[in-house]
Design a protein around this ligand. Structure first.
Ligand code: SF4
Length: 335
């Protein structure tokens, strides 16, 4: 039986814990015992996409290690400021195709994606929505009107709830979305895209589990884990608690230079995902978002890594290496 730390935090309020996240690079580096002057190209200026790291995630970063693959995902560096004409603020052309401002995006046949919040528990430097115009507040009114629109869209059979990170929403707000969407007979599945159980497992409270358990036959949770070191015992416990609700767990990753672009990290990631009950789903090559070019890799490297994984793993542990090409009816395989 799992009795976890995450079981016990609800009384303390997950929001209180989240407020204690690192919001400045100097506090984070102090905790990690790294001197700022040793980090080449540290971006010390205020950014429109500022540093945000939960204490739980920071605890998995190796102290004193500038090359830590988790640290690289969250530390702002000056390379983000370098202009590259091939990288844009809207790499997958979502801003132009949204059906309602900031809320409902209908990219693929049968599926609609709801941007339910602009907030996240962590800021990932390579995020393809790092420039998304969340500033128009995504409040209950907009969510309600998106749900109203969904009622009329009989061509949609799957609702994808994304963000930001949707699990940042209160249980009551999640419950409302789930209750309404699941009442539509044409909605057969509801999928969450989230990094919260990974970067902030304290959010997986008994109240949250109760909220999702009522809808479990419809639910799929797609986590976002890029490196095996992101999975510690707290994450494993959180995943186990979710899995106990009979919810399908899949994972998508982003292939990132200097983070997981080697066969050892990818092999360990697949093995660890399976150990905690998650199947690898997609490995995305980087969406060409402005500010993240230094994480990108040649497609040939992605192809080589996929081939090696296929040689070394059973097919169900090999994620599909894909890229998102705006206007295409589905993700495109890199092979
Ligand atoms: S948690 Fe997801 S949406 Fe938020 S910054 Fe990271 S990748 Fe982007």
């Amino acid at each position: 039986m799992i009795t976890s730390k995450v079981d016990n935090v609800e009384l303390k309020s997950w929001k209180t814990i989240l407020q204690q996240s690192y919001l400045s690079w100097d506090d984070l580096l102090k905790y990690l015992k790294i001197r700022a002057e040793d980090v080449s190209g540290l971006n010390i200026l205020e950014s429109s996409f500022p540093l945000r790291v939960t204490k739980q995630y920071a605890s998995r970063i190796e102290k004193g290690n500038l090359e830590d693959p988790l640290l690289k995902q969250v530390l702002p560096i000056t390379l983000e400021e370098r202009f590259n004409p091939l990288y844009s603020i809207d790499p997958v052309q979502e801003i132009g195709t949204k059906q309602q401002p900031n809320i409902l995006i209908n990219k693929y046949q049968g599926r609609a994606l709801m941007v339910a919040t602009g907030s996240c528990a962590i800021h990932c430097r390579y995020c393809f929505r790092r420039h998304y115009p969340y500033s128009e507040k995504i409040g209950e009114k907009k969510i309600s009107s998106a749900l109203d629109e969904l009622a009329t869209r009989k061509d949609i059979n799957e609702l994808i709830i994304s963000g930001g990170d949707p699990l940042i929403l209160d249980d009551s707000k999640l419950e409302k979305i789930l209750e309404v969407a699941s009442s539509y007979s044409h909605i057969k599945r509801i999928r969450f895209h989230t990094r919260v159980p990974v970067v902030f497992p304290e959010r997986v409270t008994p109240g949250f589990l109760q909220t999702i358990s009522s809808y479990s036959p419809l639910l799929v949770i797609v986590t976002h884990i890029n490196h095996p070191n992101e999975i510690d015992t707290n994450v494993a416990q959180a995943m186990n608690l979710i899995r106990n609700q009979k919810i399908v767990l899949l994972n998508q990753s982003v292939l990132l230079r200097g983070v997981n672009d080697n066969i050892d990290a990818l092999l360990r990631l697949s093995h660890k995902l399976f150990e905690v009950g998650i199947l690898p789903y997609y490995m995305h090559v980087l969406d060409k978002v402005a500010g993240a070019a230094h994480f990108d890799l040649p497609r040939s490297r992605a192809q080589l890594l996929q081939t090696k994984l296929q040689e070394l793993l059973p097919a169900y542990l090999v994620p599909r290496f894909v890229e998102e090409i705006p206007g295409q009816p589905s993700k495109t395989s890199v092979t």
